[in-house]
Design a protein around this ligand. Sequence first.
Ligand code: NAD
Length: 357
Amino acid sequence: MEFNIALLRGDGIGPEIVDSAVEVLKKTADKFGHKFNFTPYLIGGSAIDATGECLPEETVKGCLASDSVLLGAVGGPKWDSQPPSNRPEKALLGIRAALGLFTNLRPAKLYSALKDASPLRSDIASNGFDIMIVRELTGGIYFGERGRRQGEHGEEAYDTECYSKMEIERIAKVAFETAMKRNKKVISIDKSNVLESSRLWRETVHEIGKNYPEVELSDMLVDNAAMQIVKDPAQFDVIVTSNMFGDILSDEASQITGSIGMLPSASLGSTKRGMYEPIHGSAPDIAGQNKSNPIATILSASMMLRYSFDLQKEADAIDAAVDKFLEQGFRTADLAGNTDVKPLSTTEVTEKIIELL
Ligand code: NAD
């Protein structure tokens, strides 16, 4: 099969980690007889330097014309004085909106080889966990009505959590479909003991759930969920939740896996086209030193094959190569920490993973 992939390398370590994932994708294409065509576009600080704009029109058009998008990261101190409307990070919201990406999939998995790197107590970490957080990405309080006004006690500010039934239905469907490809268990997280928007959320998720009788559905209040994620993460398979709760809980879940350099993500809409990126930023402190961990971006590329191109075998092969890499004791600088293991450079990691593939 043939697919066109738009590359948004971005800033800082973005170019080196995207290039690493591209090498792994090329090897995967060779191995399984596919053709991937890569076209780079500018985004973030590097786009500001070249064109004055953080998200040039050409980038949006190129992404819309592609089968999927692979993004590194944007931002850095050089562009911190840009006006808010043209900061590199603004480009992320712009491209997500332009591509209509209303779902954010964030897996948080503890690799058995990395159990010692997790901040969890060893008896909890030894159970392992493999959670898929399905976060609603374009609704809720981040997009609701907001403002300032004069109230009884002077100036006040307000933000509004608002969800339409349609928005809840479409994200719930993604969660159930995702669960059907995994362990068929969904936990929906809300605050329905207080919020009306959460009561509509819960009702609607259960309505959609009736179409997926094989999937076990339960609800959890968000405050309890925040505790359960660190107390017993192995109980979770798929979590579905709103934009703000998903933002907070996915950061919590990512931290207990050990390293930010390991975590991929996918943003999806109503078409097969998605945008795939590591959850970390552009790491300006280590940019250009060939020591960043490219695994989160390589795993993002694997998610692209799985979710946008339906290439399950190929995605499994990349995931297995990463597993083997870790099991065989290889480490990047962020994973090696203060141990005696000599860390591999970004290019060495890439070569090793390609060899294992
Ligand atoms: P960061 O994620 O870039 O870095 C945090 C720490 O983790 C740093 O010490 C960094 O060296 C390390 N790190 C991150 N990724 C790594 C990797 N792959 N391998 C090894 N170490 C890694 O977060 P930050 O320092 O808060 O932000 C830096 C810039 O990135 C800022 O401009 C911020 O706005 C931007 N940012 C962009 C995105 C994105 O593009 N999606 C996300 C978050 C932050």
